[in-house]
Design a protein around this ligand. Structure first.
Ligand SMILES: C[S@@+](CC[C@H](N)C(=O)[O-])C[C@H]1O[C@@H](n2cnc3c(N)ncnc32)[C@H](O)[C@@H]1O
Length: 240
């Protein structure tokens, strides 16, 4: 009898674990109803940090926007729509960089990335906004050095491309070339780990040259090896 009770207790524990993990690890759209309820109740797996992008663009009336890592263009569209509150559509400029269909399995792993839709789909979606769209396909470690001298000074730069330390360092290096005294750069992926994401770079930034602000809110995602915590970080040149 005791044996049967122990087995059923073990089974019960296993199914609760499966339920929780199937609910908490995967994206919200794929969750089982109870897992989705638990995730939403605890505020897990729902990214809240991106609202800060639109608040900054609105507050500082940014017109020239650069995004490293355009992905599906959804946030790009929202950034452009926010800029359109202050400028006619055809005066808003968006400069987007992504590998698009050049992202292969190797790069996907190396950059801890997500697979974006093809270039032409994202281009069409963004052109519907009426803004001037400049979309660059390729690895930013090669594309940015090639084109950076042809780009104007940006009002807002969102750095959210590859997550390897090498790529983030390179993206930041070339982003600085299009940063004027008033440009606001925002990094995604300030993680609670330093082997990838922008934490190592941000923590080492020279505070005598840059104002650095880790922006709330902190998003939290339950992964197999624990919680991944993520903040956006705002960086501007220090005024002398
Ligand atoms: C996390 S997603 C970007 C999300 C997007 N910024 C947003 O807010 O929805 C990262 C993107 O960077 C791109 N990427 C990764 N490594 C890259 C590299 N080395 N060069 C160019 N793009 C890269 C991926 O193709 C992917 O679309």
């Amino acid at each position: 009898m005791f044996e049967r009770a122990a087995v059923s207790k073990k089974r019960w524990r296993a199914s609760v674990k499966t339920l929780l993990f199937s609910g908490l690890i995967y994206p919200i759209s794929q969750l089982a109803p109870l897992g989705r309820f638990i995730s939403l109740a605890f505020g897990l797996n729902v990214a809240k940090r991106y609202d800060r992008l639109f608040e900054i663009i609105d507050r500082y009336k940014c017109r020239r926007i650069m995004e490293i890592g355009t992905y599906d263009g959804e946030h790009a569209k929202q950034m452009i729509e926010t800029a359109k509150k202050h400028f006619p559509a055809n005066e808003v400029e968006y400069y987007g960089f992504d590998l698009f269909e050049l992202l292969d399995e190797h790069k996907l792993k190396e950059e801890l990335s997500k697979k974006p839709p093809p270039y032409h789909i994202v281009k069409r979606k963004l052109e519907e906004t009426g803004a001037k769209i400049f979309l660059f396909k390729g690895d930013t470690r090669e594309v940015l050095p090639r084109v950076v001298n042809t780009l104007p000074t940006m009002d807002f730069i969102f750095i959210d491309g590859g997550h390897s330390l090498k790529t983030i360092e390179s993206d930041w290096r070339y982003a600085q070339a299009v940063m004027g005294p008033n440009t606001i750069a925002v990094f995604d992926d300030y993680w609670n780990r330093s082997d990838a994401g922008c934490k190592a770079l941000i923590d080492a930034l020279d505070r005598a040259k840059f104002d650095v602000e880790i922006l709330p809110p902190k998003d939290r995602f339950l992964k197999e090896d624990g919680f991944l915590e993520i903040n956006l970080v705002k960086v501007t040149r220090k005024r002398s």
